[in-house]
Ligand binder design. Structure first.
Ligand SMILES: *[C@@H]1O[C@H](CO)[C@@H](O)[C@H](O)[C@H]1NC(C)=O
Ligand SMILES: *[C@@H]1O[C@H](CO)[C@@H](O)[C@H](O)[C@H]1NC(C)=O
Ligand SMILES: *[C@@H]1O[C@H](CO)[C@@H](O)[C@H](O)[C@H]1NC(C)=O
Ligand SMILES: *[C@@H]1O[C@H](CO)[C@@H](O)[C@H](O)[C@H]1NC(C)=O
Ligand SMILES: *[C@@H]1O[C@H](CO)[C@@H](O)[C@H](O)[C@H]1NC(C)=O
Ligand SMILES: *[C@@H]1O[C@H](CO)[C@@H](O)[C@H](O)[C@H]1NC(C)=O
Ligand SMILES: *[C@@H]1O[C@H](CO)[C@@H](O)[C@H](O)[C@H]1NC(C)=O
Ligand SMILES: *[C@@H]1O[C@H](CO)[C@@H](O)[C@H](O)[C@H]1NC(C)=O
Ligand SMILES: *[C@@H]1O[C@H](CO)[C@@H](O)[C@H](O)[C@H]1NC(C)=O
Ligand SMILES: *[C@@H]1O[C@H](CO)[C@@H](O)[C@H](O)[C@H]1NC(C)=O
Ligand SMILES: *[C@@H]1O[C@H](CO)[C@@H](O)[C@H](O)[C@H]1NC(C)=O
Ligand SMILES: *[C@@H]1O[C@H](CO)[C@@H](O)[C@H](O)[C@H]1NC(C)=O
Length: 769
């Protein structure tokens, strides 16, 4: 590792950490990054420096106006208030914004920058705006570069987020801490999971890594990335939530400390014992305190005294060793004491997911006992993780008084489908605020940061409005800012398209299906149980698919009057996304036709059967082509970003190690989105509608299956045979370096040409347009 380099970063970090609470420099830097040459147009005035340093702040407030000297003046009581005021200026005055996937559109405004003609004020209705799920660090950011993080952190700051999780590089801390209690590096490394699976190791769901051991190189480079992330979070007025010691330890701890009080955690998702049943050190063992102290102290040493918030989950999808109420109270009590002795100001942040996912175990009596071990309510902060669909705060009487945050989870595994609960996320957090005195924030906890960005902006904006946002005008304004800029008008068809989406795909109210829907073509082919699934990965379509086709037609028609839309990255992104949904929905009805025909198979309709099979393949080919037109809908960047970590920093590793490491990282990237586990333990959980993945994974799975199906009657059909054939395709895809699914940018053409050559003909054939 480059000690000098780390040292340099560290001292600059500490300097920034000390100054960040007082300095508005980070905001000028943000403007300069996104609008080069324009930071001098702004004057940021922080009027309450005590506030920024507080772990229980009052609400934020800003005032945007035109200064006497002509500058754009933004005054506020915290850095986050200033950043929020800045975005309000961008959206309401300059009519530009910043987005996932397409990046910053801030420079699409006019020059000189427009001045506010009247003052604009804003006040948050909650002190905290939270972001991230522990697993987002694996499903989305696992292989992110610093440039990816820079964009993300600017987005978070502008959207008023002031309390983000900061998990990156934690294994460096754990490694050194376990070394400090006499475990050797070779005893520790086998504990860690691979780069794409670290979240579940941090939760104690998994231990170890299939396909190879986690290299030290990964641990070091991620730690270096974390230093930069924290540096920037502080500069932008965010309070990072750092990890703490949970109790999960390498198995070898038992040999080194034979007297330690350890138990095995439960088995997770049918994983073999080798990779789960993670060893857990009981908080009542004095060694637990030693390790907690070391983890907190090491972070203070490396990062400075930058936060009082620590994320700590011991029973996420992992049941306690005992359900005894005393035992549960002792667990939290011991853990809390260890945190407080390591940092007297510590606040324990906990994902409340366990109470949803393992509701059978977590009776109210047990939840109350468990939470009561933390004797000071203010020392805990609970994330009500899935508030829009399965809120737990009512049944737990607001977590028995602990401060908590209303969170929208929205998607599982970064699945891709147009989806939202526009009514719920605008109505329910406002109701909760009126009905729960310990509600202190609104937050976003998506498993993957994948799509439907409007739903995420909606809740963060709701944090600044006392009454429920009127979603009709919100969607209208979104269309204007997203596609246009100050001096252009937006074709009316675009408004019409989004209004249709708002009242259909974005207005799910039937919560038997309660999160982003999944395309059935992403599931292993089968003759049963693919459609009409409910729950967290629903395949039920809770709206009339014809409405999304109509929205598609509006978008397409808009290009007739405004052909420049083909050059607009916001438009092409959304058009590809809606096309994806139209084709995915069409696949469902086509599949139903196939199965209905097959169930009455006779030689007479073999031709009909083959025609159905061909139609499914046609839909998948068109889907693969349209997705491949844009990198954000393609597999290639996911693989490339995984591989590039092996060459970072470029001069520390030998060439042969580099290619072995790159292959290992690529295997992780491929495995997570397909088999998810050495043997498909939760296969297709994190599936994606990505160009390359559709063409080289889902399509061959279906072709293999359909080839078998058209030649076999329902009576002769063998599930074992079908599975074996499909499994061959799945295994082949895991192998790194084959190039499977990796399309070159632009290989299939640009959006317009693919829409005209493949999509429109396919939709015509399906009689959809
Ligand atoms: C700081 O500015 C905000 C926005 O103008 C205002 O609401 C708040 O009262 C000010 N705070 C102080 C201490 O002046
Ligand atoms: C605007 O910003 C984008 C994204 O940062 C960049 O790609 C583009 O070149 C910029 N355009 C201009 C005109 O500066
Ligand atoms: C504004 O209008 C001018 C002149 O028509 C054009 O060149 C420019 O691209 C437009 N800017 C935006 C952001 O649409
Ligand atoms: C580690 O080993 C050293 C030397 O054997 C011993 O003095 C020390 O107590 C051990 N530390 C722990 C935490 O067991
Ligand atoms: C793993 O956990 C399961 C319960 O989830 C338990 O039945 C099994 O005995 C455990 N195995 C080990 C080796 O601890
Ligand atoms: C961190 O800073 C706070 C005040 O900002 C102080 O109360 C606390 O003692 C410091 N913690 C450590 C471990 O230095
Ligand atoms: C809980 O802790 C108390 C005090 O340390 C101890 O007396 C009791 O036996 C513990 N109970 C359980 C079930 O572990
Ligand atoms: C939001 O979802 C919750 C949980 O299912 C439900 O109780 C509530 O009625 C919903 N609210 C709205 C406005 O849809
Ligand atoms: C959403 O659907 C519900 C139930 O069908 C309906 O009452 C409500 O008006 C719809 N809201 C929107 C925004 O379409
Ligand atoms: C909600 O969805 C379920 C599952 O698809 C369905 O059975 C039920 O009829 C739906 N309820 C309503 C009110 O539409
Ligand atoms: C799209 O344009 C066609 C041709 O002008 C027209 O027939 C159709 O009604 C339009 N559809 C929508 C949804 O705008
Ligand atoms: C089809 O689904 C059933 C039920 O989930 C399962 O038992 C079977 O193995 C699946 N068949 C294939 C070919 O995957």
């Amino acid at each position: 590792m480059h000690v000098a380099r780390i040292g340099g970063l560290l001292s600059s970090l500490l300097a920034v950490a000390a100054a960040a609470t007082l300095s508005t420099q980070g905001l000028y830097d943000l403007v300069e990054r996104r609008l080069p040459g324009h930071s001098n147009d702004f004057v940021f005035t922080l009027n309450d420096t005590a506030h920024t340093n507080s772990s229980k702040p009052p609400n934020d407030a800003y005032l945007v106006s035109t200064h006497n000297n002509g500058s754009i003046s933004i005054e506020g009581n915290s850095l986050s208030a200033l950043a929020s005021g800045l975005r309000r200026y961008f959206v309401d005055v300059a009519h530009v914004d910043m987005y996932w996937f397409i990046g910053s559109r801030l420079n699409q405004t006019t020059s000189p920058l427009p001045r506010p003609t009247e003052s604009i004020t804003g006040s948050s209705i909650v002190p905290w705006r939270y972001y991230f799920n522990t697993v987002t660090f694996s499903y989305t950011t696992a292989f992110w570069t610093w440039e990816d993080w820079e964009l993300e952190l600017d987005w978070l700051a502008l959207h008023g987020v002031n309390l983000p999780l900061a998990w990156v590089g934690f294994e460096k801390i754990l490694l050194e801490v376990f070394q400090s209690v006499n475990l050797t590096t070779s005893e520790i490394l086998p504990f860690f999971s691979g780069p794409a699976f670290q979240a579940w190791n941090r939760f104690g769901n998994t231990q170890g890594s299939w396909g190879g051991e986690l290299p030290l190189q990964w641990i070091d480079t991620q730690f270096e990335l974390q230093l930069r992330i924290l540096d920037r979070m502080l500069a932008l007025g965010m309070t990072p939530i750092l990890p703490a010691f949970t109790g999960f330890v390498p198995r070898a701890l038992i040999d080194v400390h034979p007297d330690s009080l350890v138990v095995n955690g439960s088995q997770w998702e049918e994983f073999p014992t080798e990779y789960t049943n993670t060893t857990f050190l009981e908080p009542s063992d004095p060694l637990f305190d030693t390790l907690q102290d070391a983890v907190i102290a090491k972070q203070l040493e490396y990062y400075g005294n930058i936060t009082t918030f620590y994320t700590l989950d011991q029973y996420n999808e992992n049941d306690p060793y005992s359900g005894d109420l005393d035992y549960l109270r002792n667990i939290t009590h011991g853990t809390w004491q260890s945190l407080k002795s390591a940092n007297p100001a510590a606040v324990w942040v906990m994902q409340g997911w366990l109470f949803t996912s393992n509701a059978d175990f977590w009776t109210n009596e047990r939840i109350e006992a468990y939470l009561s071990g933390v004797e000071e309510d203010e020392d805990m902060l609970i994330l009500d993780l899935f508030s829009e669909s399965q809120p737990q705060w009512q049944r737990t009487n607001s977590y028995y008084g602990k401060p908590w945050i209303w969170c929208q989870l929205h998607n599982y595994g970064g699945n891709m489908g147009l989806y939202g609960q526009v009514s719920n996320v605008t109505v329910n957090p406002i109701d909760a605020l009126a009905n729960s005195s310990s509600l202190v924030g609104f937050g976003l906890t998506p498993e993957g940061q994948q799509g439907n960005e409007i739903m995420y902006k909606l809740l963060l904006d709701q944090a600044w409005q006392k009454t429920s946002i009127d979603t009709e005008s919100y969607f209208h304004d979104w269309v204007r800012v997203r596609y246009a800029a100050l001096n252009s008008t937006v074709p009316t068809e675009l408004y019409a398209a989004w209004e249709l989406l708002r009242t259909s795909a974005y207005n799910n109210t039937n919560l038997t299906s309660n999160a982003v829907s999944k395309a059935i073509f992403e599931l292993a082919p089968n003759v049963t149980k693919l459609t009409d699934r409910t729950g967290h990965h629903p395949t039920t379509i809770n709206y009339d698919p014809a409405i999304v086709v109509e929205a598609w037609t509006y978008l397409y028609n808009a290009t007739m009057s405004e052909s420049n839309l083909w050059l607009n990255p916001a438009f092409t992104h959304d058009f590809v996304d809606v096309t994806r949904q139209v084709l995915s929905n069409a696949f469902v009805s086509s599949y139903k036709g196939l199965i209905a025909t097959w169930n009455t198979t006779s030689t007479a309709n073999a031709t009909t059967l083959q025609a159905h099979a061909d139609e499914l393949a046609t839909i998948l080919r068109a889907t693969d082509q349209i997705l491949s037109t844009l990198p954000q809908f393609s597999l290639a960047p996911w693989i490339a970003s995984a591989r590039q970590w092996a060459t970072y920093p470029s001069n520390t590793t030998s060439q042969s190690n580099v290619s072995a490491m790159a292959d290992f990282y690529e295997y992780n990237a491929r495995n997570q989105i397909t088999l998810w586990g050495p043997d498909g333990e939760i296969s297709d959980y994190a599936s994606k509608s990505w160009g390359g993945l559709v063409g080289d994974y889902y399509l061959p799975r279906w072709e293999t299956f359909l080839d078998y199906l058209v030649g076999v009657s329902p009576k002769a059909y063998s599930d074992v045979e079908a599975r074996a054939r499909v499994a061959g395709v799945e295994k082949a895809f895991q192998v790194a370096g084959t190039g499977l699914g990796v399309r070159k940018a632009g290989e299939t053409g640009d959006v317009r040409s693919v829409v005209e050559s493949a999509v429109v003909p396919a939709l015509k054939k399906l009689a959809l347009v």
